[in-house]
Design a protein around this ligand. Structure first.
Ligand code: ARG
Length: 122
């Protein structure tokens, strides 16, 4: 696969852009754009390989099949390893940031008890 990517000059990344902050649609300069942590990671990998990046968007459930049939080169879509998935494909080391937190002052402790308490904050 690696040789093929270099030869084609393109890294074809499959993802389902409905999972913020990993990958999601947003308007940038009036244009619908896919952004997120996984996009930054994909851009960095393509850059390191010296190839262009192609994002192939599809439903999350289609990703593993697309990888196995070589419609995409890799999946970068916030996908967590499970025993069933591990039987079919090979997962990299983890890259998530789940140990990081939002920090507020002690006196705001009662107001912000969960992530949902940050929505609509004025
Ligand atoms: N981490 C969960 C999983 O692997 C959900 C991932 C959903 N990702 C997405 N791009 N919709 O099942």
């Amino acid at each position: 696969v690696y040789d093929k990517i270099i030869e084609k000059g393109v890294l074809n990344v499959g993802l389902s852009a409905d999972y913020p902050p990993y990958e999601f649609h947003t308007m940038i300069d009036g244009k619908d754009t896919i952004v997120g942590i996984d996009i930054s990671i994909a851009e960095k990998i393509a850059d390191d390989l010296g190839v262009d990046l192609k994002i192939t968007e599809m439903g999350f459930d289609g990703l593993l099949g697309a990888l196995k049939t070589e419609k995409i080169d890799v999946i970068i879509s916030g996908m967590t390893p499970t025993p069933e998935r591990e039987k079919e494909v090979n997962f990299s080391d983890a890259y998530n940031f789940s140990k990081n937190r939002i920090i507020v002052r002690k006196e705001d402790k009662e107001r912000f008890k969960s992530l949902n308490d940050f929505t609509g904050v004025k």
